[in-house]
Design a protein around this ligand. Structure first.
Ligand code: BGC
Length: 772
């Protein structure tokens, strides 16, 4: 950096410094003209440029410049493709350079806890590993163009309902294993220039005032060195926020909070050094942008086609019975498209990520452009939802009877899902469900193409031969749909979230959204497939599922070590062959299945998911071609967050490494023995049970030496006990009962005094300091 920022700051007045900690308006930071310190502009994000000129707002209400709307996060995540997300980031970074935008407000990395969250369409996944890998790739792409990103919304902002006041309450393990890792990976791998703190409270403390999140974890543990910006309007107590690690308040505060900061310094309540640090972090990013300006590129037509490519790589073929897809181009004249979305697709969500698309290509238009002459019936009214649209339905049915294949373009209307509020159910509008069922009665060859930002229930799933999930596909959605439907491209996306059969199946169902004040994340770490798999529940479509027009065979799963110590990594590889007739791409998923409870050495009783995604790669294969896919499974792939250690812990035992085509389609497995090397804290109290003691070799030895206790070697041998006792209570039963007895029970059952109980507790504590 050419500019000496510390020196600049030393020349600023208290008021100038305080002023730099809030926005000039909706989208700009402040300048300090006296010292020649310039300002920068930030804009939403994440999937296009929502650059507003004058009347700024955070909900996409007022217009922004004509720009390019990229596919939403719900779709791009299904690509499982780091290179694709990096490329998207690069293109967006170029657009920002061309438009003088220094920081793009994204990526949005919150975990999809419930299908109801109004903003799920922006978020990537229910799985923190996937969200983190893709979030990091996108961030690297944008920042490679010397544009900052603002990774949001940090943290635990998984619902819109009362998002500015409610608290997301959860245990430490859930926070660390589910809601933080996507941010952690992005911070560590991609070094984002800024992080946006969320609106909500986390365990009672506003994210904007949360020192644990903004300083202890983000900076001290993960090494973040950019600035933290508030979500728009997320500031509650400005001075508390600054002390906790919130650097920039957005948007403008009308000067009030600037005055509060200056006053707090004057009153001695805020160390001026804290303010200086915040200012330094902000100004550093301002100069980073200005000193590394690039020409940029905002070729809208070229970027329109790039969005089609991204959508094509991401859409998910959920079902394809009797290989009804791909459709044949020569049959175009006998194919009927039905549905308002074929003509006017839903391609993006509402709120701050809403882009003013310069053009939109739906499926009908794309078919025409591809020289395919396809008939169309509207079928339903997007606005109508409760009853069937009699006239539209009748016309569609008549046309459907004559068609060879009917493709129905269904989906959620804009009003069903948006930033700012949640959905109240998971259903498509009734008129669309009726239409699909009715058309299926007159034509057996029904294909459904969906436009939605989050899973929907599909009561008609058996009536449709094929289902293409196109989510919110960006402004060139139709091009991708036509290419995939007609086999010009081969589908290669897989679901980044589970589709439950019905809303009630979702693990957060009983606690979502909570009582309005508290959102209790009671399902803990069992989010998405972690829950459905553990419960062995049927789902509509599982996490990681997606079909192709070709087939893939997995073989030769290898792990480079049979035994490792906790903290070490392994490299796993598997061969994948394209066994079909078309070129295609396969997303190879690696899950780790940890030993549970007493399978661990030493036993570790915190519940663990059946298996968790810890690696993936997407490979392109020609017919007959084989490639080897290799991933590294690092220490984290085996770890749990242990609340007694307040750190990651790798339990010992046999782990399975699974190579899978989806979370419900495991193809191969291999074993790795892991030796636990960390000691967990072990403190004996009168309420410690004998099982815990027996599992700790040192404590066990000390307990055996304790005369008169139930584990004592001098205990009455079995053969000396009375006949009836021997017959009715086996040694096994005795042991079973003993395991759950606390030490203090010796007083009641072994004629041991309180003094002896205390002595045993002391003796065991000094014998065994750790658990292993
Ligand atoms: C959203 C952010 C967005 C900001 C600015 C807020 O309402 O939560 O994601 O970046 O507005 O538009």
């Amino acid at each position: 950096m050419k500019t000496n920022i510390k020196q600049l700051i030393s020349q600023m007045t208290l008021e100038e410094k305080a002023g730099l900690c809030s926005g000039l308006d909706f989208w700009h930071t402040k300048a300090v003209k006296r010292l020649g310190v310039p300002n920068i502009m930030v804009s939403d994000g994440p999937t296009g440029l929502r650059k507003q000129d004058q009347n700024g707002d955070h909900l996409g209400v007022n217009d922004s410049i004509k720009a390019v709307s990229f596919p939403s996060g719900c779709l791009t995540a299904c690509s499982f493709d780091r290179d694709l997300l990096r490329m998207e980031g690069e293109v967006l970074g170029d657009e920002c350079q061309a438009e003088d935008v220094a920081v793009l407000l994204g990526p949005a990395l919150n975990i999809k806890r419930s299908p109801l969250c109004g903003r799920n369409f922006e978020y990537l996944s229910e799985d923190p590993y996937l969200a983190g890998e893709l979030g990091a790739a996108y961030t690297q792409g944008v920042q490679s163009k010397n544009i900052g990103t603002s990774v949001k919304h940090f943290a635990a902002n998984s619902m819109e309902y009362r998002r500015m006041s409610s608290t997301s309450n959860m245990d430490e393990r859930t926070l660390r294993e589910i809601y933080l890792p996507a941010f952690e990976t992005t911070v560590k791998k991609a070094k984002p220039d800024t992080i946006m703190c969320s609106y909500n409270r986390v365990n009672g403390t506003f994210a904007s005032e949360n020192k644990l999140l903004l300083t202890d974890i983000l900076r001290k543990e993960w090494g973040f060195d950019g600035f933290v910006v508030s979500d728009w309007g997320a500031v509650n107590d400005r001075v508390a926020g600054l002390l906790a690690g919130l650097d920039l308040e957005m948007p403008a505060s009308g000067g009030d909070t600037d005055k509060q900061i200056a006053q707090a310094v004057r009153d001695g309540k805020l160390d001026e050094a804290v303010l200086d640090t915040a200012v330094e972090r902000i100004v550093k990013i301002v100069y980073k942008f200005l000193e590394g300006r690039q020409k940029g590129n905002f070729d809208k037509n070229a970027h329109h086609l790039i969005t089609a490519e991204i959508a094509k790589e991401s859409m998910v073929l959920l079902k394809n019975d009797s290989k009804i897809l791909p459709l044949k181009e020569k049959d175009a004249g006998q194919i009927l498209f039905v549905g308002a979305f074929a003509q006017k697709p839903r391609y993006e969500g509402g709120g701050s990520s809403h882009i003013n698309a310069f053009k939109v290509t739906g499926a009908l238009q794309a078919a025409k452009d591809a020289g395919l002459n396809i008939k169309w019936q509207q079928g339903f009214d997007i606005k109508e939802s409760k009853a069937k649209d009699a006239k539209l339905l009748a016309a569609a049915k008549t046309a459907a009877k004559k068609a060879k294949t009917v493709v129905i373009f269904a989906g959620l209307p804009d009003s069903y899902e948006s930033e700012g509020y949640d959905r109240s159910h998971m259903k498509l509008p009734a008129n669309q469900n009726i239409l699909i069922e009715e058309i299926a009665k007159v034509n057996k060859n029904v294909v459904v193409v969906l436009h939605n930002g989050s899973p929907v229930e599909m009561p008609w799933v058996k009536s449709a031969k094929a289902i293409l999930e196109s989510y919110l596909g960006g402004q060139a959605v139709g091009i991708a749909q036509i290419d995939l439907l007609f086999g010009r491209a081969n589908p290669s996306g897989k679901l980044a979230e589970s589709f439950p059969i019905k809303l009630q199946d979702n693990p957060s169902y009983l606690n979502y959204p909570g009582n309005g004040t508290v959102a209790n994340y009671a399902e803990g770490i069992f989010v998405g497939y972690r829950y459905y798999d553990k419960k062995e529940m049927d789902v509509l479509f599982p996490f990681g599922h997606g079909l192709s027009y070709t087939t893939f065979e997995y073989s030769a799963l290898k792990v480079d070590a049979k035994k490792i110590k906790g903290g070490q990594s392994v490299v796993a590889s598997v061969k994948v062959k394209n066994t079909g007739k078309k070129a295609g791409k396969e997303i190879v998923q690696f899950y780790v299945a940890a030993p549970q409870g007493t399978e661990c050495k030493p036993p570790y009783r915190e519940p663990r998911p059946k298996m968790e995604l810890k690696g993936f790669e997407k490979v392109e294969l020609k017919p007959g071609e084989t490639k080897t896919v290799t991933v590294t499974l690092d220490a984290r792939a085996f770890s749990v967050w242990d609340e007694s250690l307040h750190d990651w812990y790798v339990p010992g035992g046999t782990y399975q490494i699974l190579a899978a085509a989806s979370s419900r389609d495991v193809r191969l497995s291999a074993k790795v023995e892991v030796e636990a090397v960390q000691e967990l804290p072990f403190r004996v109290t009168p309420n410690t049970v004998f099982e815990e003691i027996m599992e700790n070799p040192k404590a066990f030895a000390a307990a055996k030496a304790f005369k008169g206790g139930p584990l004592s070697d001098t205990e009455q041998p079995q053969e000396k006990r009375g006949k009836s006792a021997r017959e009715s209570i086996s040694e096994e039963m005795q042991l079973g009962m003993l395991k759950s007895l606390p030490i203090r029970a010796m007083r009641s059952f072994n004629q041991v005094s309180q003094e002896q109980v205390d002595a045993m507790v002391d003796a065991l504590n000094s014998a065994a300091k750790g658990r292993s």
